[in-house]
Design a protein around this ligand. Sequence first.
Ligand code: FAD
Ligand code: FES
Length: 281
Amino acid sequence: MRNPYLPYPVRIDAISVETEDKNLKTFKFVFLDPADEKKFAYKAGQFAELSVAGKGEIPIGIASSPTEKGFAMFTVNKVGLVSSFLHSMKVGDVMGLRGPMGNWYPWERMEGKNVVIIGGGFAFTTLRSSIIYMLHPDNRKKFKDIHVIYGARTPGMLLYREELAAWEQRDDIHMHITVDGTSDPNWKYNVGFVPAVTEKKAPPAGKDTYAIVCGPPIMIKFTLPVLERLGFADSAIYTTLENRMKCGLGKCGRCNVGNVYVCKDGPVFTARQVKAMPMEY
Ligand SMILES: Cc1cc2nc3c(=O)[nH]c(=O)nc-3n(C[C@H](O)[C@H](O)[C@H](O)COP(=O)(O)OP(=O)(O)OC[C@H]3O[C@@H](n4cnc5c(N)ncnc54)[C@H](O)[C@@H]3O)c2cc1C
Ligand code: FES
């Protein structure tokens, strides 16, 4: 059996700056050994550890979709030691990728249902993976209506702007993009915080509608009660926790909340599960 602590060697194939503050970059990696790509089979919602020799490892959500072949993609916010070093790396540099890790959004359970995706800030990464996955011609028929509510501070802080524009043009996905504020007179989407836009734009809850909520803790905190008011059951709302992690394998105890290992049992949990956890998250 393969040692789960050993990363796959990957080469940086492309880097793009996502946001106007230049703090978010998307890295496209290709596996040095193409056979490793198959071993790194993942589902939308999972994360991986990006490792930089001599610097360390960081858990990052997988932004590419399992339906996209030939590469794995991650969007990284420059905050500290490893993420800042990663931001200084160049196309062609070689580093490590360990995973995939954790659980994923409940794709089989959501088949035949409406799906409402609600995201804020750079947590939109695994939601991009999810949207690309659901819109793939092999998968689109499996889901009913798809709504996306996505917010950023300003238009220039939105991730994946070309893709957002392309999704806006499609009639098989309902996009509700919002910003906290803007002075751009040409801004044609919503202005307002994600919870308020959710209240106005989310489809009615019902037995056949699931919500995925992923974003900064403050956004999640104010969005969950809105979904409850709209009639969503706790068990129909999925959200993610991003605790500090080390091993990512349920071994070191760095990430646990009570007896739950966020890295192994999560990071995806229902709102019902999160409410049952001790208030350590
Ligand atoms: C499951 C999961 C998925 C994630 N997905 C993404 C992603 O897609 N893109 C992304 O940019 N980041 C993501 N993160 C957060 C990312 O792991 C941290 O920002 C990163 O570990 C910081 O490492 P560093 O060495 O650069 O910073 P450090 O030098 O370790 O710390 C610098 C700053 O980052 C903060 N920090 C460190 N770890 C975390 C953490 N886990 N959560 C919140 N703040 C932290 C510290 O409090 C400190 O303020 C994810 C985290 C988890 C657990
Ligand atoms: S990160 Fe080690 S147990 Fe979760």
